[in-house]
Design a binder for this molecule. Structure first.
Ligand code: PEP
Ligand code: MG
Length: 572
């Protein structure tokens, strides 16, 4: 019987294939007291060596398939095994509590995993998965239970599992593995990131799929929307969708080195990529990005155990700027707080952290931390065009204070003999409604705006972007949002400045015609959306998008707006 389910679309692509059920039963660990403590300790040591050899081999495979940066995850996994603190804890449990090897490893792993899982931040939560991956491998060696060998799959399948570990994902051969669907996981898990690099469709967070499928079932999945159907009632429909997706992908590749032009030849729109770390630059360039519209610098802080120094930050920023070879890089200053926490710094407890001490509010208060970042950014600006962008600006005073501080750091650096880029731009995110409404005043002082719709929508609708209960209020197409966008864009243009967008909305196919019509200049999105955006733009004339935007601004609700968009996009 057919059954439809919906999860998190984690890697684009549409597939239909037989299921491959990866149902790894949890390993049973006995409480048996070991007869010989020394041989138990030797067993741990020899298993560590075997697991490390595995990881080294996996790193070689991953380097070939996924590139150096992504393969580095296995180096990180090996370093978990090499961690002397962990090894000491294993030994202590065996020696002092008479635990057997497997039980000692499991106990220590559980402790670290629950520590990571308790953290609010998704990134750290997912590090728990890394510990699980490594320690399970170790326990399997200790107990002599072989691992499932996914590398040997040699027929077309979609893997259904509770979860896929990074080491399992790296072994997948995209020729045969047409996708995977898992009970747990999200867009930022390593498995999802690797799936996107391997171009294997993935849907995660399906909760019960492993329970719902049986051997010989057929699965259809859409890695973009998160839709999944077990034993689809209309297989041909899915086959056609999959074919069209592949055809479109091939077609889009042709646009990689083409200019961004509207149907009537307007060349004023720029398509850029969002990145979270220097390693993401490659994908922006491969997908024909004309710049980086948002470098979320907080990942340098979150991926660390201390506030990164000026020098450490300078190295990262410079790397990105140089790799962009003359194309602009907009780097956002530290946007921490809210849902983004640091393991080495405690934020004060607040009732509403999203409305609290975060982003520019924090850095203006902690100039010591801000200085290191601003100096690093200014020094990197000597190597190519850079924009510095302040997050969560609500008032003109905040912007002026941040700008003044930046100019003071610049004077300081020049005095010290450092070079700073001549065409440095200093701009701001528009993600608080107050900034959008006051945009024409802000534009007197800021070189550019970049609209953060992820937050602008949450603050305008007073609807937490993380809450599943109020997702219906997350309405990019609501006329109130469109009106705020118009104020922002018009405000910038009034003073000869440019307006961009780096929230998710910038890459939404339905939003593009509206944003073009509103006159948005720069569109920054995840790398894999860029070519599709270029294609959509090439099918629309400026005039028709302007007419659409005018009508949309007069609508009463999102549905009316979307109906207008669909009418314009029909047959394109
Ligand atoms: C936004 O708010 O739209 C944005 C781009 O910032 P973030 O998603 O990092 O809050
Ligand atoms: Mg934001």
């Amino acid at each position: 019987m057919s059954k439809k389910m919906s999860g998190i679309g984690a890697s684009n692509g549409i597939s239909i294939a037989k299921v491959y059920i990866l149902d790894e039963q949890p390993i049973k660990i006995s409480k048996e007291i070991p007869k010989n403590i020394e041989s138990e300790l030797t067993l741990i040591t020899s298993s560590i060596v075997k697991a490390k050899t595995d990881l080294e081999n996996l790193q070689v495979i991953a380097k070939e398939k996924l590139g150096e940066e992504k393969a580095a995850i296995f180096e990180a996994h090996a370093s978990i095994l090499e961690d002397p603190a962990m090894a000491e804890e294993f030994t202590a449990l065996v020696k002092e509590k008479n635990y057997n090897a497997a039980r000692a490893i499991k106990e220590v792993a559980d402790k670290y995993m629950s520590m990571f899982e308790a953290m609010d931040d998704d990134y750290f939560k997912e590090r728990a998965a890394d510990i699980k991956d490594v320690t399970e491998r170790l326990i399997r060696y200790v107990l002599n239970i072989p691992l499932a060998d996914l590398a040997t799959i040699n027929e077309e399948v979609i893997i259904v599992a509770e979860d896929l570990t990074p080491s399992q994902t790296a072994q997948l051969n995209p020729k045969f593995v047409k996708g995977f669907a898992c009970n747990i996981g999200g867009r930022t898990s390593h498995a999802a990131i690797m799936a996107r690099s391997l171009e294997i469709p993935a849907v995660l967070g399906l909760k019960t799929i492993l329970h719902d499928v049986k051997d010989k079932d057929v699965l259809a999945m859409n890695g973009e929307t998160g839709d999944v159907e077990i034993n689809p009632s209309d297989k041909n429909k899915w086959k056609k969708l999959a074919e069209n997706f592949e055809k479109e992908k091939e077609e889009l590749k042709k646009l990689k080195d083409k200019p961004t032009l509207t149907k009537d030849g307007f060349d004023g729109f720029v398509l850029e990529g969002n990145i979270g770390s220097p390693k993401d630059v490659e994908s922006v360039l491969e997908n024909g990005g004309e710049g980086i519209g948002l470098f979320r610098s907080e990942f340098l802080y979150m991926d660390n155990d201390h506030f990164p120094t000026e020098e450490e930050q300078f190295i990262s920023y410079k790397k990105v700027v140089e790799e962009m070879k003359g194309k602009i890089t907009i780097i956002r200053t530290l946007d921490i707080g809210g849902d983004k926490k640091l393991s080495y710094f405690s934020f004060p407890h607040e009732m509403n952290p999203f409305l609290g001490y975060r982003a520019i509010r924090f850095t203006l208060d902690r100039k010591d931390i801000f200085r290191d970042q601003i100096r690093a950014l200014l020094r990197a600006s000597a190597f190519g065009p850079v924009g510095i962008m302040f997050p969560m600006i609500a008032t003109i005073d905040e912007f002026l204070a941040a700008k003044k501080f930046t100019l003071e750091c610049k004077a300081e650096l020049t005095k010290e003999g450092h070079k700073v880029g001549k065409d440095l731009q200093i701009g701001m995110m528009v993600e608080i409604p107050a900034a959008a409404v006051n945009a024409d005043n802000f534009a007197k002082h800021a070189d550019f705006f970049s609209v953060g719709t992820n937050d602008l929508i949450q603050y305008t609708m007073a609807a937490d972007r993380m809450s599943e209960n109020v997702t219906y209020l997350y309405q990019p197409y609501n006329p109130s949002i469109l009106r705020l966008l118009k104020m922002t864009i018009d405000g910038a243009h009034k003073h000869g400045k440019w307006a961009g967008m780096c929230g998710e909305m910038a890459g939404e196919p339905d939003a593009l015609p509206l944003l073009m019509g509103l006159g948005l200049d720069a569109y920054s999105m995840s790398a894999t959306s860029i070519l599709k955006a270029r294609s959509i733009m090439s099918k629309l004339t400026l005039k028709e998008t302007q007419q659409l935007a005018t009508k949309a601004l007069e609508c009463e609700n999102s549905d009316q707006v979307l109906k207008l968009v669909k009418a314009v996009m029909k047959d394109k």
